[in-house]
Ligand binder design. Structure first.
Ligand SMILES: [Zn+2]
Length: 457
């Protein structure tokens, strides 16, 4: 069969489509059968750009950088300094008071910036300049998060596009198939109802967030009780969508047990099987029974290096949930909004400790490595505080912590566990530990230099 676009069948000028827009993931996956102009380029303007810009704060916090623009996306922020509110757009907190940047207050009455820059203004003099030391005061930062975007037509079309291109890729579909007409119409024109719904079961969100890496995307195909083909798309573990790809299983697409997880450090975990029966038989075959004592038996994986087994088990045991118990809605309701909010908060308040994130933090805070940083004892940014704490313990280790592995080992001992959640209490404790050390600015600088010299893995 001649190759053609999976949307329109056009065989000329096929291009590689990023299944998940490049600005939303560090792990690229590609469908090579999408015509360039009509169905690759246009989707950006039609719905992708809108979603990307509204999720900017999320991708920024997760250290996801678009490879096209080579930078972290910027987001709108309001800050309050000495009772006055300012609005601006930043891509990093360190930009707030960057070199010659001046911000006008929301009421238009004040300007804020570095003192030398403000003095250059003609009308400025000692009677109308007010000096504030930003290291000694608390700065409130308010970021408005766009919740409606999760229920928007742009989002629904984007996740439909992701699900469809991914399903086609995994079934080696390389031309248009008529059975896909409804989903194609929805993606390209926005017409058709209820092909995309949002999952509202708490247990599905909990399952995804417990099983998958922090901040990762998960794609998963299953066949419904009514023989329909569906794909679940979990974005960052924060919002989970069900996309109905086709009303029934079709001959051209044999693989309907599909799974892929894309992590923040660009790892891809995946498996692919034809039918659920075939998948389960294979899974049973992957274990051997061993005797434990004389009354018990345990299951042991035959191949201990197979990292997909835990995901296969999760898929198998939750299949009935996907098939029969999914609660799917198309209009926002309170329960679903609170679920999305909960996991979004988790993302905004936690950090995955990655080389990328550490190096970025160092780069943004240490323009040169000969200036020490004095921390604000009243600072409220728990995430930044935690990052400084990491630099602090790296600096303190005198070269014993040489990579991410070493760092994680030390953290595990310090925090007695796998995940570290930075509550107010923990944050105060870290704060105290840092400020109790007289030469902490020197130690932190040492830690920053250390990280700067680390290699990407
Ligand atoms: Zn096309």
């Amino acid at each position: 069969m001649e190759k053609g676009c999976i949307y329109c069948g056009e065989s000329k000028d096929l291009s590689k489509s990023d299944i998940i827009p490049d600005a939303l993931t560090n792990a690229k996956i590609i469908n090579p059968n999408v015509c360039r102009v009509e169905h690759n380029n246009k989707f950006s303007d039609l719905f992708e750009d809108e979603v990307i810009s509204k999720l900017a704060i999320i991708t920024n916090e997760l250290d996801i950088k678009s490879s096209k623009s080579k930078r972290y996306s910027s987001y709108e922020v309001k800050i309050k300094v000495a009772g006055v509110e300012y609005a601006t757009k930043i891509s990093s907190e360190t930009e707030l008071f960057g070199s010659n940047k001046k911000m006008r207050s929301v009421d238009g009455k004040y300007l804020i910036g570095q003192i030398d820059e403000i003095r250059k203004i003609k009308a400025a003099n000692d009677t109308n300049i007010n000096v504030v030391d930003i290291n000694q005061i608390e700065i409130d930062k308010i970021v408005k998060i766009d919740l409606p975007v999760f229920f928007s037509q742009a989002m629904y079309r984007m996740v439909a596009k992701i699900a469809f291109e991914w399903y086609c890729l995994n079934n080696e579909v390389n031309n248009k198939i008529n059975s896909f007409e409804p989903i194609i119409q929805f993606i390209t024109n926005g017409t058709g109802n209820d092909l995309v719904t949002i999952v509202s079961n708490r247990e599905v969100y909990d399952l995804i967030n417990k099983t998958m890496d922090f901040g990762s995307h998960t794609l998963l195909a299953y066949v419904g009780k009514d023989n329909s083909v569906n794909v679940l798309v979990s974005l960052f573990g924060m919002a989970i969508y069900n996309i109905r790809i086709c009303n029934s299983v079709i001959d051209e697409c044999k693989n309907n047990v599909l799974f892929q997880n894309l992590t923040l450090d660009a790892k891809r975990i995946q498996f692919k099987f034809d039918t659920f029966e075939g998948f389960v038989n294979n899974l049973k075959d992957s274990f051997i029974e061993i005797e434990v004592g004389n009354r018990f038996t345990a299951m042991m994986p035959k191949d201990m290096t197979d990292t997909t087994l835990q995901y296969q088990l999760a898929y198998a045991t939750n299949y009935p949930l996907f098939q029969s118990y999914l609660q799917c809605i198309s209009e926002p309701d309170e329960k679903t909004i609170s679920l999305i909010k909960k996991y979004m908060e988790e993302i905004l308040q936690s950090s995955a400790i990655t080389i990328r994130g550490l190096k970025r933090f160092v780069k943004e805070h240490f323009k040169s490595f000969d200036e020490e940083i004095i921390l604000n004892p009243k600072g409220t940014n728990k995430k930044a505080m935690f990052m400084f704490y990491l630099l602090f313990i790296i600096g303190q280790s005198n070269g014993d912590i040489r990579n991410l592995l070493d760092l994680n080992k030390v953290l595990k001992e310090k925090f007695l566990g796998e995940t570290i959640s930075i509550s107010d209490e923990v944050s105060f404790r870290l704060n105290d530990e840092i400020f109790a050390t007289a030469d902490y600015p020197y130690i932190i600088l040492k830690g920053a230099r250390e990280i700067d010299s680390w290699d990407y893995e």
